[in-house]
Every structure is written in C-alpha cells, then in structure tokens.
Write a protein that binds this ligand. Structure first.
Ligand code: CA
Length: 418
C-alpha cells in the first residue's frame, strides 16, 4: 500500500462535560427548585503533536457578567494560540478570561472559545473546570487529575516518543509544481492588469492540478475540494469545496504559482458562491501564509455572521468583534456569486476589502487606530505582512459548515476589479 503524500490524521475527538453551579446551593440543603448550574464542556481535534480544543461555557439559571474559566491539563498540552478568550498557561494550569465582547452570558446562554496547541505524550482532556473560581462540574474527589500518576491513563509511557503513527504530517510544502500549467481555456473576463487569472477552464479531472494543489495543514479530515463542471461563474468549471465543522476537516485549494513577482502589495480578486450564510462561529475561506509573522496565516472568513480578517498569530480580528464593529462589516449572500477583492499592502501595513466592488468600511486597516475597526489589529506595532502563499477553501475552528464554490481568481499588483 502506498502511503499518500499527505498524512491522514486519525482525528480523535475527546469530550468531557461537567456540570455544577456557580454559587450552587450546598448539597446538604434540599432546595425546592433545583437551580440549574453552569456547564463547561470540552472537545478537541487532535493529531500527532497538535490539537485544537474547544471550550463551551453555558450559564445556568443565573446570568454571568465576566468570566474566568480555569482548568488543569492532565497531559503535557501547551497552548500556542487562542480565540474568543485571553488564555494563559502556567505549568499545567490554564486560565481563560472573556474577551471584551463576550463577557456577558444570559441565563442558559452559551458561548465557545478555542485554542490551538501542542502535546507530546498525553492529550487527555481536562476533567474539571472552574468558573470565576468556583468549581463548575468539579469532581468530588480532591483533584485526582493532576496529582497521582494514574497508571490507567491512555498516555504513552515514554515521554519522548509521540504515539506511533504511520508518518508525521508532511509540512505541505513543495507541492510539486508539475511543470508550467498550460491553460487551454480562455481567461475569464475582467482580468486586465492581473498577473494571473484562473477560471479553472484548463482543469481536466476532478482533482485540482497544475496551478493548484490541495492542502490540509497539520491534519486531514473530511473536507474536500473538487473541480465542478455543473456550476461555474464563467466557462464551464469552478472548484467546489465541501467544508465541515472542526479544524481538521479543513481543506484548501492552494496555488502553486510563484508569488515573488507580485512584490509587497497584493491585490486579489475571486468570486465565491456560498450555500450557507456565514456562521456565528469563526471560519476561514482564504488563508495566506505570512513569512513576516512566523509563517502564520493571514485569514479572511467570517464570524458573527459577517466577513472578517483574522491574524492567526495573535487572533486579532478586523473588525473588532464588538457589535459596533461587526455592524461595519457585512454578511455574504448565498446562492449567488459574489466578487471579493482584497488589498494587502505589506510595506504600508494596510488592508482593504471590497464585495461586488463596494468597499467594506469595517474591513480596513489604514494605520490610524479606529475603535471597533482596526484598533485591536494595530495594537501590534510594525505589522508588515510578507505573504508567500494563497489558499482558498474552508477552515472551521468550532462550528460552521458550508458547500461553496470558487471561480475566476485573479491576483496582481494593482486593483483588478470585478
Ligand atoms: Ca470557470
């Protein structure tokens, strides 16, 4: 059996749900109406050496105004990145504090925050959580999770070896640009000034090839992308992406072109056709690796039902995810093609965004911090992206799934238009 070039992760989901109360009535006091307690649940997608974890906090009968969720890793997890909460780790102890926009939870309401991290020998899910210092679902036994070395844990005994997997995840580099793609079909309209323009008309099979390859960074699940001859914005072909929830189900259509000729200022234009409205949860459908930011991704996608940019390295969002910020972005239509244009100016550290030719006010980084828009983004000084790849597809960090199509993609050093 030939191993595929990409490592197919056995995506394991671990789930822990615990319940208890903030200020719950003591157990020895029978109460007429049992107060519903807060709940914290945890699940994770994991692969050899890495994981994405999701924590869902649900308020009980009482509202929550500001929250701090704490837990202790049973394993050797190390958090590298988080979203929808400020997460810090000291040893195995983790503290997650609400962001400015999600501190208030009505009775019974819930929210989710997430994190990405690494592990070596043990990625056991946390067994208990505290909310604002009170045990939320604490197991009655005094912290058995961190103290005694329970032999029955699923961890591998050797601390150094990672679980014996077939092959390590290939870093998805060197996508073998099989010679120069020879476009046989006519270029799509509206490509004047573009360095390249691609409507997938030269694709001959269902698996994207030539100028495109498929990429599944870190892990591969159920997401798929195929050349589709039944839906097209121009010509007779597009690429259809079936994206499902969960980080490891991501899939990207990755360009194999050399972006060196673009220089430091990128103008991108693509048409996308969504089936489902952008979800409340954070999703990405355009990712670009930033060599000036530790090769972390600069992302375009959605959150709170509107378009947004996201910086993977520090989870900064554009606009800020406050109600006033989200209101300055816009949702994307479904069941029709929409033209999305971006400008990323590395030397200037600026970003602009248009849909159907109309600029989105909340999706602009112009160097002057504006509350609810780019103030959070500009809190990092000297942000000068140096983009080195281009990936269109679907990546979810919690919930959110969609079937979507891409067509008529053009990139250049000046604005291309729709
Ligand atoms: Ca086409």
């Amino acid at each position: 059996m030939h191993l595929p070039t990409r490592w197919r992760a056995s995506v394991a989901a671990v789930l822990a749900t615990v319940t208890a109360g903030i200020g719950a009535v003591a157990a020895d006091t029978p109460s007429a109406s049992a107060a519903a307690a807060c709940q914290v649940s945890y699940r994770a997608d994991q692969w050899s050496g890495g994981f994405v974890g999701y924590v869902k906090l649900t308020a009980g009968d009482s509202a929550i105004h500001g929250w701090t969720v704490g837990w202790t890793w049973p394993g050797d997890q190390k958090i590298t990145n988080a979203w929808n909460a400020a997460v810090t780790q000291s040893g195995t102890a983790v503290t997650a504090v609400n962001a400015a926009y999600n501190g208030d939870l009505a009775p019974g309401a819930s929210l989710e925050f997430g994190m990405q991290g690494t592990w070596v020998a043990d990625n056991t899910a946390p067994a208990a959580f505290t909310v604002n210092g009170a045990p939320c679902g604490a197991t009655p036994s005094p912290a058995p999770t961190s103290a005694s070395p329970s032999p029955s844990r699923s961890s591998s005994p050797s601390p150094s070896a990672s679980p014996s997997r077939s092959t390590p995840p290939s870093p998805s580099a060197s996508p073998s640009p099989s010679a120069s793609p020879s476009p046989s079909g006519p270029p799509p309209s509206g490509c004047t000034g573009a360095l390249w323009c691609d409507g997938f008309e030269d694709q001959t099979g269902t698996v994207p090839s030539g100028a495109w390859t498929l990429a599944y960074p870190d892990c591969q699940g159920t997401g798929s992308a195929v050349v589709d001859t039944t839906v097209a914005r121009s010509g007779s072909r597009s690429v259809r992406v079936d994206g499902t929830a969960g980080y490891c189900n991501h899939v990207f259509l990755k360009s194999t072109r050399d972006f060196g000729a673009l220089g430091g200022v990128w103008y991108g234009r693509f048409y996308v056709r969504h089936t489902t409205a952008l979800p409340a949860a954070h999703v990405t459908f355009l990712a670009m690796r930033d060599a000036a930011d530790g090769n972390r991704d600069l992302r375009v996608g959605g959150q709170n039902a509107a378009l947004q940019w996201n910086r993977q390295s520090d989870d900064a969002t554009l606009p800020e995810q406050s109600p006033a910020g989200v209101a300055q972005s816009r949702p994307l239509p479904v069941d029709r093609w929409v033209c999305v244009e971006i400008r990323v100016d590395g030397p200037a550290g600026q970003v602009q965004t248009w849909t159907d030719g109309s600029e989105v006010a909340g999706l602009r980084v112009d160097g002057v911090p504006t509350a609810d828009v780019d103030r959070q983004w500009l809190s990092r000084a000297n942000w000068h992206p140096n983009l080195t790849d281009l990936r269109l597809g679907w990546e979810s960090y919690g919930e959110g799934a969609d079937r979507l199509w891409f067509d008529d993609i053009a990139w250049g050093a000046a604005r291309i238009g729709c």
